[in-house]
Design a protein around this ligand. Structure first.
Ligand code: MN
Length: 199
């Protein structure tokens, strides 16, 4: 029995072209995201086995790290697909725009900060726009791998995958072109709904 399941894409593989190729979307969803779902389910089974049969604290520690990696990967990719749309792009409006203005200095400043976060990822990771409830602020952050460096209380609203599997087949080493293309497919309605759900 699987606890975690791979969500369907909300659009066809080729729907985000020319900004994101059908080949990347298909591989990224059907192979990479699916692997995190499988990893999360497998790790839960291994943790159950550890509870029944033991295995020591070192194995438990490793399994907990694996669970964090795979569940976070699953969560971020599930969000990432919803954050993009063939009808995306443009600028946010309404309460989201007001928030971005107040907390990050407006759309252009936010976009520059998220772009810098994306371009500054060392190794594998993400750039994210998140709501941080303790300070009641929208913030920009990098996420290392899938599971590290986030303000713990925060809820990601918009995530940009900067792992090489997210862009390399189309953009090769030119990360900046992937980041520029991403802004053309951001689903601001989805981001706005997420913000209103948590703030
Ligand atoms: Mn990915």
């Amino acid at each position: 029995m699987s606890v975690y399941t791979l969500p369907d894409l909300p659009y066809d593989y080729g729907a985000l072209e020319p900004h994101l190729s059908a080949e990347i979307v298909e591989l990224h969803h059907d192979k990479h995201h699916a692997a995190y779902v499988k990893g999360a389910n497998d790790t839960l089974e291994q943790l159950a086995e550890h509870r029944e049969k033991g295995g020591g604290p070192a194995l438990l520690n490793a399994l907990e790290k694996n669970l964090a990696f795979h569940v976070s990967g699953h969560a971020l990719h599930s969000l990432f697909w919803q954050n993009m749309s063939p009808d995306g792009g443009g600028e946010p409006d309404g309460a989201l725009a007001t928030r971005i203005e107040a907390d990050l200095g407006g759309y252009q400043a936010m976009r520059a900060q998220v772009t810098a976060a994306a371009m500054g990822v060392q190794g594998s990771g993400w750039a994210a726009l998140a709501y941080e409830p303790l300070g009641d602020k929208v913030v920009v952050t990098q996420i290392y791998d899938h599971q590290s460096n986030t303000p713990t209380a925060g809820t990601p609203l918009l995530v940009l995958d900067m792992w090489e599997h997210a862009f390399y087949l189309q953009y090769k080493n030119v990360k900046a072109d992937w980041v520029e293309a991403f802004w053309n497919i951001v689903n601001w309605n989805d981001v706005a709904t997420r913000l209103s759900d948590v703030s």
